[in-house]
Design a protein around this ligand. Structure first.
Ligand code: PMP
Length: 354
């Protein structure tokens, strides 16, 4: 007897983030802010009080209530997940059938395509414009023409750092029959969220995460927000105990700290502005070598002829950034980290005589 792997998985490779001991990590869009000591003490108390022999609350009630209060949405419209990554996978497996057509954009978050492979949906990647903006009319036309069942995209976008304004997103949602999964993982850094409008649409699910603006990537906590009908389905199809008790408690604790979270977001935006400003200076000096995209996020996206060389140069100097073909993505870090990253960019460009 011999076991044969099926075609949809046989060539897959495990997700392979940059690993290694780099002094500065600006490669994963994480927050550079540490959780304050008083909050860590609350985490400690939560761990001590956890009934480890019991299953978690399947609805993560306290956690979604804290989320709902922070954003001013109804908690009956919120479902918690083990990171928004898990929710992407759950939504695709529940709302799509084998062979259904899903629209994603190029470039956008790579996991969207990955999950369509697993469920054997057909992934149609619509290219973005030359300037990496989205041609909404073309998306609407294509979705309706091919009978797309789902459109999934990030807004603001990872990796391009660009945002699509509310008005355009509303037009897209209301002009298609497809279910729109609007991934607002970076929306805490911008002000064009549709979170408060989910009840106006029968085809909208919004994803949020604690991994970026709230500095809790390690904890794995994400949320899906949608109208009542869609939320009932999302709650029905997720695994019952998908968010562990410790994560639920940490999430509820942090999401109750509105002032701290708002201050943290403001610091991250300041940091991105500083990084952007430093790199913009270099763009002015080396206009043929660097092009920066406007950023609505906590990272800066750059087109450069020297992407691979700069990436390797940074790694040699113990700074990890993200390399993507002709682009580089640099997460905003502390003042010192940003200064070092900009210094290395400058050093590379001057040595290269670019
Ligand atoms: N969506 C986007 C656009 C992201 O960039 C990421 C993280 N890289 C995720 C979702 C996943 O986030 P989480 O940590 O909540 O799984």
């Amino acid at each position: 007897m011999s076991y044969t792997l099926n075609n949809k998985i046989k060539d897959l490779k495990p997700y392979d983030p940059i690993q290694g001991d780099y002094k500065i990590r600006l490669d994963a869009n994480e927050s550079f802010l540490a959780i304050p000591k008083e909050i860590l003490e609350q985490f400690h108390n939560a761990v001590v009080q956890t009934a480890f022999n019991r299953y978690p609350d399947p609805y993560a009630y306290n956690t979604i209530s804290a989320f709902a209060r922070y954003y001013g949405v109804k908690n009956s419209l919120v479902t918690a997940g083990n990171g928004s990554d898990e929710l992407i996978s759950v939504l695709m497996s529940a709302f799509l059938m084998k062979g259904d057509r899903v629209i994603t954009f190029s470039h956008d978050f790579s996991m969207y395509r990955f999950y369509t492979t697993i469920i054997e949906a057909e992934c149609i990647e619509i290219p973005k414009n030359q300037d990496l903006t989205i041609d909404v009319d073309n998306v609407i036309k294509t979705a309706n023409k091919i009978g797309a069942k789902m459109i999934i995209f990030s807004n603001p976008c990872n990796p391009t750092s660009l945002g699509l304004c509310k008005e355009s997103v509303r037009r897209l949602i209301s002009s298609v029959d497809a279910l729109v999964i609007l991934d607002e993982a970076y929306m805490d850094f911008w002000d064009q969220s549709l979170l408060n409008e989910v009840e106006q649409y029968d085809n909208l699910i919004i994803l949020r995460t604690c991994s970026k603006a709230f500095g809790m990537a390690a904890v794995r906590l994400g949320f899906a927000v949608a109208n009542q009908t869609l939320t009932s389905i999302v709650r029905a199809v997720k695994a019952p105990y998908n968010v562990n008790t410790v994560t639920q408690a940490f999430g509820a604790t942090v999401l109750a700290q509105k002032e701290m979270l708002d201050k943290g977001v403001a610091q991250l935006v300041e940091s991105r502005k500083a990084l952007f400003g430093g790199l913009k200076q270099l763009e002015l000096e080396y206009p043929k070598s660097l092009f920066l995209f406007n950023s609505c996020t906590n990272f800066v996206f750059i087109r450069t002829l020297y992407a691979k060389e700069i990436y390797e140069y940074m790694l040699e100097n113990s700074v990890a950034i993200r390399y993507m073909g002709e682009y580089l993505r640099v997460t905003a870090g502390t003042v010192e980290e940003n200064t070092e990253a900009v210094r290395l960019f400058a050093q590379f460009l001057s040595q290269r005589g670019a």
